[in-house]
Design a protein around this ligand. Structure first.
Ligand SMILES: NC(=O)c1ccc[n+]([C@@H]2O[C@H](COP(=O)([O-])OP(=O)(O)OC[C@H]3O[C@@H](n4cnc5c(N)ncnc54)[C@H](OP(=O)(O)O)[C@@H]3O)[C@@H](O)[C@H]2O)c1
Length: 217
């Protein structure tokens, strides 16, 4: 099984390369300077770039599909539809957050909210200054989970870009008498790389379909 990391020179690309090396996976990198057609030498593609570059790559891969683990964030609806199109031809694993713990939290949020329907809600995220998309894909996922319970919910996501924060998400429920604070903090980028390893093991025997961390958990 050969793996290609697209965006190998980026922060996440390097982190994924480190963990694949540590675990003796056979892989190579694809950077902006490479001829993208070398992707065909891989059985599984992993991509952490930006939504536009990733979208262009998906258009190419549609013609000669390979299993695809997508970690890039900030896709538009149109771009997401193309990703779904690809998943009719091969196995696609998409996650805006590869942290296992955060995804367990996502499962629990609707259960919690069902019991706190009359509480006020606040949601905010903090990331490093280089992060391009705003609000984060993870904050949007948290909001989607809340909307599964109450589709009329109107909450504005707060976004802060400071220093080198790897990723912090805070969800608050409050009434007159109390505040419940749910906070997830990534301690390093390794947490996402560990999730990518789980995704590789999950996807390697799948032929077709669209998968997320929710399927893995
Ligand atoms: N799903 C998750 O768990 C998770 C976790 C962290 C980050 N992310 C997301 O992952 C993406 C990357 O984050 P990052 O922090 O690693 O950003 P980054 O450090 O800016 O890395 C992105 C890399 O992609 C490269 N790139 C751009 N276009 C390319 C192309 N056509 N072919 C190959 N490489 C290309 C960039 O090269 P240049 O610098 O030369 O343009 C850069 O090296 C973002 O969307 C971020 O939000 C997701």
């Amino acid at each position: 099984m050969k793996i290609a990391i697209i965006g190998i020179n980026g922060k996440m690309g390097r982190e994924v390369a480190n963990i694949l090396k540590e675990n003796n996976y056979d892989f190579f990198g694809i950077s902006k300077e490479d001829d993208f057609s070398i992707y065909k030498n891989a059985d599984i593609l992993i991509e952490f770039t930006n939504s536009q570059a990733n979208f262009e790559h998906i258009k190419i891969v549609l013609n000669e599909p390979r299993k695809y683990i997508i970690g890039t964030t900030g896709f538009s609806q149109e771009q997401l539809e193309l990703i779904k199109e690809l998943s009719k031809k091969t196995a696609v694993f998409l996650s805006y957050n590869f942290s296992y713990g955060l995804n367990v939290l996502l499962k629990i949020i609707p259960e919690l909210y069902k019991r706190l329907l009359d509480y006020d809600i606040a949601l905010y995220e903090i990331h490093h200054k280089q992060k391009k998309d705003k609000p984060s894909g993870t904050a949007k996922m948290i909001l989607e989970k809340l909307k599964e319970v109450n589709n009329n919910l109107n909450v504005e996501i707060g976004s802060f870009r400071i220093g080198g924060v790897f990723g912090e998400h805070v969800l608050l429920f409050s009434n007159e008498g109390e505040v419940i604070e749910i906070k997830h903090k990534a301690l390093s980028r390794k947490v996402f790389a560990i999730g990518v390893l789980k995704a590789i093991e999950f996807i390697k025997d799948k032929e077709i379909g669209f998968f997320t961390m929710s399927d893995l958990i």
